[in-house]
Design a protein around this ligand. Structure first.
Ligand SMILES: [Zn+2]
Ligand SMILES: [Zn+2]
Length: 180
């Protein structure tokens, strides 16, 4: 049987700048305060979330949860995630990746979606300022800005550099030995 750690994707992205991942105990406490029962299914989702920082889809969380509660449906996971969003413990994001992402980071920030691997990376708001005043000239009122950038994440940039390096080494070898 795979261990719990083995099912967690190895690329952990977008943990960002001091993002608080809530402990299962904290989330259970929040549910009790809101007169919601702390069922074993809810606890399983809280525990999965505690081990999954960054941005996650319901499917990813479901895969982790069924390790401990094998008969739990994806639908139930969606419902519990929805409750967490309603309680303000998770942020729900539609980033054009084909699936809703659940984000532990509740502070205002932007995102970069990696074209190579689909990873979602937090971008601090102050790094991509949009002038609300300038936009207001169009006769609209802006209440908040959430940018979705497309590009390449750090891990894919590093991998790309490595393969470029080995490609150029290969080319040099071919050029260096005309008899090869
Ligand atoms: Zn990537
Ligand atoms: Zn985020």
């Amino acid at each position: 049987m795979p261990t719990k750690a083995a099912i967690i994707p190895t690329i952990i992205v977008g943990i960002g700048y001091g993002v608080r991942v809530r402990s299962p105990e904290t989330l259970a406490q929040r549910f009790r305060e809101s007169d919601l029962k702390v069922t074993s299914q809810r606890v399983a989702v809280f525990e999965a979330l505690g081990t999954m920082p960054g941005h996650r889809t319901a499917e990813q969380i479901h895969r982790a949860v069924i390790e401990t509660v094998p008969n739990m449906s994806l639908r139930t996971v969606y419902q519990i995630l929805r409750e967490l969003v309603d309680l303000g413990e998770l942020q729900m994001l539609e980033l054009g990746t084909g699936a809703i992402q659940y984000d532990h980071n509740l502070s205002p920030h932007h995102h970069l979606v990696c074209n190579e691997c689909g990873a979602v990376v937090d971008i601090p708001s102050h790094l991509a300022m949009v002038s609300h005043e300038a936009v207001a000239d169009l006769g609209v009122t802006v209440s908040s800005t959430e940018l979705v950038m497309r590009g390449t994440c750090r891990a894919c940039c590093d991998t790309g550099q490595d393969s470029n390096k080995s490609r150029s080494q290969q080319t040099k070898q071919q050029i260096g030995d005309p008899h090869a």
